[in-house]
Design a protein around this ligand. Sequence first.
Ligand SMILES: *[C@@H]1O[C@H](CO)[C@@H](O)[C@H](O)[C@H]1NC(C)=O
Ligand SMILES: *[C@@H]1O[C@H](CO)[C@@H](O)[C@H](O)[C@H]1NC(C)=O
Ligand SMILES: *[C@@H]1O[C@H](CO)[C@@H](O)[C@H](O)[C@H]1NC(C)=O
Length: 508
Amino acid sequence: MEAAAKVGRLTRSSLQAASCPAVNGGVVVFFAAVVAGALVSASWMSTGARVTSIPMIATRNMAQHAAASPEPEPTLPRLGNLAPPPRQPPPPAPAPAPDAAAAASPSSSCPAYFRWIHEDLRPWRDAGITREAVDGAARRYGAKFRVTVVAGRLHVARYGRCFQTRDVFTQWGVLQLLRRYQGRVPDLDLMFDCQDLPVVNAGNRRGRTSSSPPPLFGYCGSEPTLDIAFPDWSFWGWPELNIKPWETLRGEIADGNAAVNWTGRAPYAYWKGNPTVGADRRNLLRCNASGKRDWNARIYEQDWRKEVRDGFRESDLAKQCTHRYKIYIEGRGWSVSEKYILACDSVALIVRPRYHDFFSRGLMPLQHYWPIPGGGRGMCRSIKFAVDWGNAHADKAQEIAGNATRFIQEDLTMDRVYDYMFHLLTEYAKLLKYKPTVPDRAVEVTVESMTRGRRGLERQFMVDTMVEAGSGTGEPCELPPPFSSEELETLRRRQADAVRQVETWEKR
Ligand SMILES: *[C@@H]1O[C@H](CO)[C@@H](O)[C@H](O)[C@H]1NC(C)=O
Ligand SMILES: *[C@@H]1O[C@H](CO)[C@@H](O)[C@H](O)[C@H]1NC(C)=O
Ligand SMILES: *[C@@H]1O[C@H](CO)[C@@H](O)[C@H](O)[C@H]1NC(C)=O
């Protein structure tokens, strides 16, 4: 943690990131796997907080467990693909030449949540982004690495540690984007943070008109912060937890859904996770069915030792859509589990979220999920109400469940994830007031450099997610325009109204 110590204000969130890998309900063995995964991987992880950040529980036998299971060596297909992209002239102005694009292939409009790209970049829309502002994201907010793209080649300068292989798989994702849209990603210079919480406080900045805020990319944002939401590492896989790359897992969850229909599932709200990270999660434990009272919630705590002993048999996310309702509740920050829960074809009961990832602002309460208005004392009552309501209005409940699943299965494919990255980075690049150059401390990152010496699941997931160079022959979807202030206002009002509606129903 010496990197964090250098920047005083970072220490708190570094520790949080280390102890809270942003995962919760429905994901049975995450924390067991964190422990074992860290040990399995300790010898071959090139970065990450490693074992130091893992609570010291059951480490001895897990080390043995890990040592006893040698990992197969997946081979990289088609060696030709490993060559870095040829040196190429800087791509032309990032404007996507809509006429030519439309003629080549009638590309469809991106999902509505892409409109938030404009909102996330709004703080820099008028004055642009200066090199000083970018540098400030490292100096003042402790960015962990800097991504520079010059003429289609990726360079990374490292400033600090990320938990496990978050940074590795984030950089891998950017590298695959460059391969997919070869020659079309503009020159870039950006700072990245890899923790659970957004850090650039918008409030602190009011009245500071002389300098623009530092742009900082991360995995989630919130209303009071300016961090720019970027797809998290798990889309390319989470080797420490044996969570497969999203494209694979998305298909497996869809297959699992087909096996048990909504009516056939247990008519309760299910959650399993680590309740120690946040007051709301501790409150959630009280909603578990007891002898006295049944709140229609089935709440389970992680048992790390047991899961490790059992060899992670329960960790298959594709087999966890067994209840009609699944609770999503944030831990310290946003949780990676959200997409797995929403994909379940169950009604997601979302407890008043404070953070968003890049896609979750496209979800509307009562259309894609059931809002649980508060995380406090009333939460159990709200959960019970939601379950009773859904069981009494099965058609409506299944429609909500289906809408969320369709959103995830159609609007959150890897094609769309790459398109989101493409548009976000292209729009960001348009705001740069300077020509990006490779910083002194940066090293070039290629498929070869990233896969060299990697074994086991890390290597497997890279092989599984490697994009064929130049495979993005089709056009990216078309970026929809920014929200007007009226549209934003309407959207916020609709969301607030839906939550109020539920509160009114509950009071009857
Ligand atoms: C759903 O599953 C239940 C029990 O497995 C079965 O009785 C019912 O017919 C199924 N409903 C539909 C619409 O397939
Ligand atoms: C909730 O109740 C069930 C059934 O009684 C029990 O198996 C489970 O361990 C309980 N969960 C917690 C977190 O206590
Ligand atoms: C489900 O989605 C469709 C299409 O977006 C929408 O018309 C419908 O109202 C949604 N259902 C609910 C319950 O909101």
